[in-house]
Design a protein around this ligand. Structure first.
Ligand code: GDP
Length: 140
């Protein structure tokens, strides 16, 4: 299986509750390696660009406000099949529908405040990583 990278965000609901370490423990336990990580305050422009695909959705404004409401931790995760594996570890978007033991089942508060982001495809991961990290910040 190919070693792959995915992009992750530990979202404001998690940093506000001091859950960065708890989320990272679940990521590492699943066999994914955190090869880049930084805590940032996302700007409105960055959040709007990042979620541009959802611009027409009714929750877009709420989503942007949430993402800039507190610090986030942006990360690059590496491992076999990292994109799909992290989606599994995260669980469904709506925590009520997430599998037991997933990050969102354990920690998320609602469909909006759902603790983590993970890329949905390898091509998206490349673009998302490039939005927040330069090459020399990623150390595999
Ligand atoms: P993901 O790939 O599982 O994160 O889900 P999506 O790409 O469908 O949605 C992106 C993000 O938008 C989600 O992680 C949520 O934070 C947010 N979101 C999705 N649906 C809703 C909704 O119905 N209400 C609100 N407030 N936020 C939502």
């Amino acid at each position: 299986m190919a070693i792959e990278r995915t992009f992750s965000i530990i979202k404001p609901d998690a940093t506000a509750r001091n859950l960065t370490g708890a989320v990272n423990a679940m990521i590492e336990k699943a066999g994914l390696r955190i090869v880049a990580q930084k805590r940032i305050r996302m700007s409105r422009a960055e959040a709007e660009t990042f979620y541009a695909v959802h611009r027409e959705r009714p929750f877009f404004g709420e989503l942007v406000e949430f993402m800039i409401s507190a610090p986030v931790v942006v990360q690059v995760l590496e491992g076999d099949n990292a994109v799909a594996k992290y989606r599994e570890v995260m669980g469904a978007t709506d925590p009520a529908k997430a599998e037991e033991g997933t990050i969102r089942k354990v920690h998320a508060r609602s469909i909006g405040e759902n603790t983590v982001h993970g890329s949905d495809a390898p091509e998206t991961a490349v673009m998302e990583i490039a939005q927040f990290f330069s090459g020399n910040e990623i150390v595999g």
